[in-house]
Design a protein around this ligand. Structure first.
Ligand code: UDX
Length: 450
């Protein structure tokens, strides 16, 4: 078995490396020569736990190769995966498919013999059909099929998600293509991983539906959290109690500052655009997109309110800028919305993230970047937890409290217990739970000062 992987971004690199681990010969191609040179040496340009070790093993075993020459990746390949970017178009939020179509054209020109061309990038319904047309137009005598095989990888857990997926979805009605892809995913068949063979349109839709559903679930619990604050309920207990209902499930019910990342914001927006274009508006998802955007802004107001309504000249310490732990990715991270709003309100910001500071520097200015969490807390009027990195879960809070100007913590990920914070005497604001004022009993939000 031999496959080509076009695009060595997050999805292409993780998928290519894991396919090599399955025992397949993989050739990864990218136009970025500098990146290819790094990858040849096993130098992984993204932070993804476990990936560098795995890649190193595949390079040593000679099962993975990197090149800028598409021909090397396509000639003799049983399947060629398209894993290039599909960013939202600036003008309207539609997925920009120009890289996918360009790749299709170039692949067609290199194909020799029967090849399954697989769209792995997240693409709107109908894209595989379009890719097929492009290949046919470019090389009318080509022997090929086009299949859809979306990825469901979570950043920070991508290697595990690839090797032990909940399911694999393959969209093609060609038996020949099915046979090739069954062989590509053979180790997972042996593991009894559910593999859903379906039509291409269904496969493409599945990816958007899955991400939109998860984004909706998060947004739902976030709004319930707002209500819990008013009603004196505890959202964590509510989430646990409803999650025990097998029909609901406990995952993706952590209330927080709003979802971010490279997928949910982009895919929810693209789904609403497709819904509008096809005359089946996705009103729930449209609302989710709006509620989530508003929420990120509201988080800045929440921090300002915790500081008595004014942060002018105040020092705000921020722990975590990545959109979630175990990644250096800040794409659409809540931090990119919240921090500039705090700066606009006149605050000075010191921040630390274990992995994402280099990326964040490209988008955030005038931040006093620190080397560790304790430095961030020094002389701060308020400390804000924005990303739930493990290393923030067991901080010496007594030491932190001592070094701060005010013992004030805004925990947007609910990683600390109310009892502990009460004992330590912090003014503690979290999500979907009562605020704790210093040396006072828990109070409901908006009844502070009583
Ligand atoms: C997501 C999907 O999970 C994955 O299947 C898809 O292929 C790509 O998009 P990812 O973006 O890596 O993966 O992160 P994920 O763990 O899903 O988190 C997305 C966002 O939701 C993060 O901002 C996270 O903080 C937030 N989130 C997640 C919550 O706020 N609460 C939760 O309970 C779960």
């Amino acid at each position: 078995m031999r496959i080509g992987m076009v695009g060595t971004g997050y999805v292409g690199l993780v998928s290519g490396t894991c396919f090599a681990e399955f025992g397949i010969d993989v050739v990864c191609v990218d136009k970025d020569a500098t990146k290819i040179e790094r990858l040849k040496k096993g130098d992984v340009p993204i932070f993804e736990p476990g990936l560098e070790d795995l890649l190193d093993r595949q390079i040593k075993a000679g099962r993975i190769h990197f090149t800028t020459n598409l021909d090397e990746a396509v000639k003799g390949a049983d399947a060629v995966f398209i894993a290039v970017g599909t960013p939202p178009r600036q003008s309207d939020g539609h997925a920009d498919l120009s890289y996918v179509y360009q790749a299709a054209k170039e692949i067609a020109a290199c194909m020799d013999g029967y090849t399954v061309v697989v769209t792995k990038s997240t693409v709107p319904v109908g894209t595989a059909r379009e890719v097929e047309q492009i290949i046919r137009d470019t090389k009318p005598d080509a022997e090929f099929d086009v299949a859809s095989n979306p990825e469901f990888l979570r950043e920070g857990a991508a290697v595990n998600d690839f090797m032990r997926p909940d399911r694999v979805v393959i969209g093609t009605s060609s038996e020949r293509a099915q046979k090739v892809l069954r062989e590509v995913y053979r180790p997972l068949f042996l593991n009894e991983t559910p593999i859903v063979f379906t039509k291409r349109e269904t496969s493409e839709m599945t990816k958007y539906a899955a991400n939109a559903f998860l984004a909706t679930k998060i947004t739902f619990i976030n709004e319930i959290a707002d209500l819990c604050e008013k009603a004196g309920a505890d959202v964590q207990d509510v989430a646990r109690a409803i999650g025990l209902d097998g029909r609901i499930g406990s995952k993706f019910l952590h209330a927080g500052p709003g979802y971010g990342g490279s997928c949910f914001p982009k895919d929810t927006l693209a789904l609403t655009q497709t819904g509008q274009a096809m005359g089946a508006p996705q009103r729930i998802v449209e609302t989710v997109v709006q509620v989530n955007a508003d929420r990120q802004k509201q988080m800045a107001s929440r921090i300002i309110a915790a500081c008595g309504g004014d942060v002018k000249g105040k020092r705000i310490g921020v722990l975590g800028v990545a959109f979630k732990p175990n990644t250096d990715d800040v794409r659409d991270a809540p931090s990119l919305v919240i921090l500039p709003l705090l700066q606009e309100a006149g605050a000075h910001i010191a921040a630390y993230d274990p992995e994402a500071m280099e990326q964040a520097r490209l988008f955030l200015t005038d931040i006093d970047w620190k080397d560790e969490a304790y430095q961030v807390a020094e002389n701060a009027d308020v400390l804000v937890i924005l990303t739930e990195w493990n290393e923030f879960r067991a901080l010496d809070l007594a030491r932190i409290g001592e070094s701060m100007k005010e013992k004030r913590l805004v925990d947007l990920r609910n990683i600390y217990k109310l009892e502990d914070m009460k004992e330590l005497g912090f003014h503690y604001v979290s999500i979907g739970r009562p605020d704790l004022l210093p040396e006072s009993k828990p109070v409901l939000k908006e009844v502070t000062g009583q």
